[in-house]
Design a protein around this ligand. Structure first.
Ligand SMILES: NC(=O)c1ccc[n+]([C@@H]2O[C@H](COP(=O)([O-])OP(=O)(O)OC[C@H]3O[C@@H](n4cnc5c(N)ncnc54)[C@H](OP(=O)(O)O)[C@@H]3O)[C@@H](O)[C@H]2O)c1
Length: 308
């Protein structure tokens, strides 16, 4: 009797799928025939990105569901819509992010970089966790940054209520929170006997919109010298397609394991072929991880894989 292989189509949820690294990851999975849920805050930008991909890959299976990851109500609304309309997933890529913006807070009072780059992902992961396919190894990929290595986890001041706000430290702190959370998430998944693994990746440095969205990095606000310098350097900055490779490896590579961290393997992890990347001490601190988990549950109201 001949065996019939059952090929199950993968479902991949990508936050910030309309631009930069998220767009490249969406292209990759669309090319593979996966169903990709584009979780984007702007429906217009998402529709334009979807049309661009469909032009290149006419049979792409893409669905847009609105998500403003900095807004916990939107995260809840996304999860509800996803559960009703899709119901099952194989891969979640928490990619949406912003960098170095002046002090801003969301409706819940959470500092905006922490809310966008970490808390929203913490909540989304918890809300989607029960819906990962059970009959296969599935994965959660969190997008971090080289900047996590300068980050600190000030558990009593995560939300910048005690010390003076610094937009670069806030970026590093949010990204180290994401790294620390990824490792703890993977430990808790393993302890619970889950087949889902959690790992992280960073793109190095890439020529994407993220710099335009930051007043500190926006070329239009730069001095004449920095505009000139940027123009000269532009050709050396990796493209979004190259920078997305470590994230795609983490999300789709066969040999990756829970707790891995990938980045570009070249000089200072800025560019180059994907390889294992360096994780800082704060991210590996398991005591801090337990505290961060508890604080994150309190701040987001999303509880999962709790220890007590
Ligand atoms: N580019 C780099 O050099 C670099 C370096 C280290 C780490 N990273 C990380 O890589 C990830 C992707 O960044 P990128 O370089 O691809 O930047 P990008 O081109 O600006 O793309 C970021 C994506 O995130 C989305 N986004 C931002 N805030 C959001 C929110 N509140 N809700 C939902 N989506 C939101 C953006 O939507 P809009 O289009 O609507 O703005 C966009 O789709 C980020 O996590 C970033 O921190 C990038």
């Amino acid at each position: 009797m001949s065996r019939v292989a059952i090929v199950t189509q993968k479902t991949v949820v990508i936050t910030g799928a309309n631009a930069g690294i998220g767009f490249q990851a969406t292209m990759h999975f669309a090319r593979q025939g996966a169903k990709v849920i584009m979780a984007c805050r702007s429906l217009d930008k998402a529709s334009a990105a979807k049309a661009q991909i469909e032009q290149e890959i006419p049979n792409a299976n893409l669905q847009i569901i609105r998500l403003d990851v900095s807004d916990l109500n939107s995260v809840q609304a996304f999860a509800t819509e996803f559960i009703e309309q899709v119901g099952e997933l194989d891969v979640l890529i928490n990619n949406a992010g912003i960098v170095a913006i002046p002090l801003t807070r969301n409706e819940a009072g959470h500092e905006m970089q922490l809310a966008t780059n970490y808390l929203g992902a913490f909540s989304l992961t918890g809300l989607l966790l029960p819906y990962f396919r059970k009959d296969a190894t599935t994965r959660i990929v969190n997008v971090s940054s080289l900047a996590h290595r300068m980050g600190k986890l000030n558990i009593d001041n995560l939300n910048w209520e005690v010390s003076e706000y610094d937009q670069w430290k806030a970026y590093g702190n949010g990204k180290v929170a994401m790294m620390n959370h990824t490792l703890e998430l993977n430990r808790r998944l393993q302890q619970s006997g889950s087949k889902t693994i959690a790992l992280a990746a960073h793109p190095g440095f890439a020529n994407t919109n993220i710099h335009q969205n930051s007043p500190a990095l926006n070329k239009d606000n730069a001095s004449a010298f920095s505009k000139w310098f940027h123009k000269k350097m532009e050709k050396f900055i990796p493209s979004a397609a190259d920078a997305a490779r470590p994230i795609i490896l983490a999300a789709d590579g066969e040999s990756v394991q829970g707790g891995d961290y990938y980045g570009p393997g070249g000089f200072l992890e800025i560019g180059g072929k994907p390889a294992k990347a360096k994780i800082n001490k704060v991210a590996k601190d398991t005591q801090l991880a337990k505290q961060l988990w508890t604080v994150s549950e309190t701040m987001t109201g999303t509880r999962y894989l709790s220890e007590s």
